[in-house]
Design a protein around this ligand. Sequence first.
Ligand code: UN1
Length: 505
Amino acid sequence: MPIKDIRMHLGIEEGELTGGALRVTSPIDGAVIGNVEQTTVPDLDAILGRSIEAFRGWRQVPAPQRGELIRLFGDELRAHKEPLGKLVSIESGKILAEGLGEVQEMIDICDFAVGLSRQLYGLTIASERPGHRMMETWHPLGPTGVITAFNFPVAVWAWNFAIALVCGNPVVWKPSEKTPISAIACKKLFARACRRFAAAPNDLLAVVIGGKDVAERLVDDRRVPLISATGSTAMGRVVGPRVAQRFGRTILELGGNNAMIVAPSADLSLALPAIVFSAVATAGQRCTSLRRLIVHENIAADLIRRLKAAYQTLKIGDPLDPDNLVGPLIDQSAFQSMQNALDQARGQGASIFGGQRAVQDTFPEAYYVKPALVEMAEQTDLVRRETFSPVLYVLTYRELDRAIEIHNDVPQGLSSSIFTSDMREAETFVSDMGSDCGIANVNIGTSGAEIGGAFGGEKETGGGREAGSDSWKAYMRRATNTINYSSEMPLAQGVEFDFAKAALP
Ligand code: UN1
């Protein structure tokens, strides 16, 4: 399906992709796929004003009805899964199966949010005073700023959007400058859902396309009580303090340096596909991509041999061709940082398999690479750093305690896994003494999390949680209500306050 057909299927007008100042290229071949208009700072100011208006109306719509709008949006996504998945592949470079998977992840979170819209539960709490009742109520927060990265151009936004909307918050979305067309498409699909839903105010969703100036303005604006930002730790270091400065809230989902421990009892017929998928899918450009393999020394040689054999046969090329499993890196700078990391590893005595540029003859303007296996003698600062590309460092261990120590000895804390058939090892890994990450898996890889769980991680990963479980609470404000239905006015903590001395009229 050529881009023109995709555009038409998704309801994007030709004029929306021409004449703008932001040139969008596909990482598949470097071809220009659109020139998109950017949002200016004054535009953003007006957009935020309209978002506040939308909030005033939307918070009055009962939550289960808000869920109905998300149900309709989920229907649009189901109906447009194919063209949207293709667009995601074209704009981000991930293989089509993963592009479609990303849209499925959007559909899943919509379903979750529909159910959630009837489950925004608060607690009731026993009051210490007679004739009193305490309860918690959850209220919409206000416009939610969502900043997303190129690697998951639509799913991560959808996690935030679907939940924010049922919680009663409009969304102002700043997608990556590398993937704005996917965002425009999502806006079109949401507009279709809104047309089938009379109670939807205008401006429940705004897409702001632009660079640093627009992002900074969004982050600093007091009208936006919550900023949910996904991207690098460097970005989070700027966003976090700026939002904190105005006492706003953040959900930060930043870098990962995800590891897998492979124990002697591991079923290697399961570990191998899990490693390959986690390390090379999305060309190693997932937050959850597997970056470190910590293998027991007794099985390391065998596992590395089998991994090399698997890596050798991986088909690299056009992500729209179903034969290929590895698409391109997003751009030249991603390629350069991968090569820099490999050069440094070489300087540290590593043995490197793969890592070279691939299919350059077919795609001279694009950056395809052979995924790399890098055997390191120890975990150096280079290994502790996240390089957003398919580089898998391999380390060995003798005792599980040491493996867990190596595992946790990185600044990031997103995803982790252990392959073992030993129940003691598995339970230790997910215990208080085990992985320090937000996601800790047993006998599956580090990537490809389901939306039902809370997604996010610790340390430099930023601490935020998105998607399932009770992540919704971050999108609402909690009020504690104490209700007196007695005819007395007792005070808490048993305080005796002699009102007679106050001569109340
Ligand atoms: C991301 O890379 O920012 O767990 C999100 C996964 C996907 C989401 C990744 N479900 O790999």
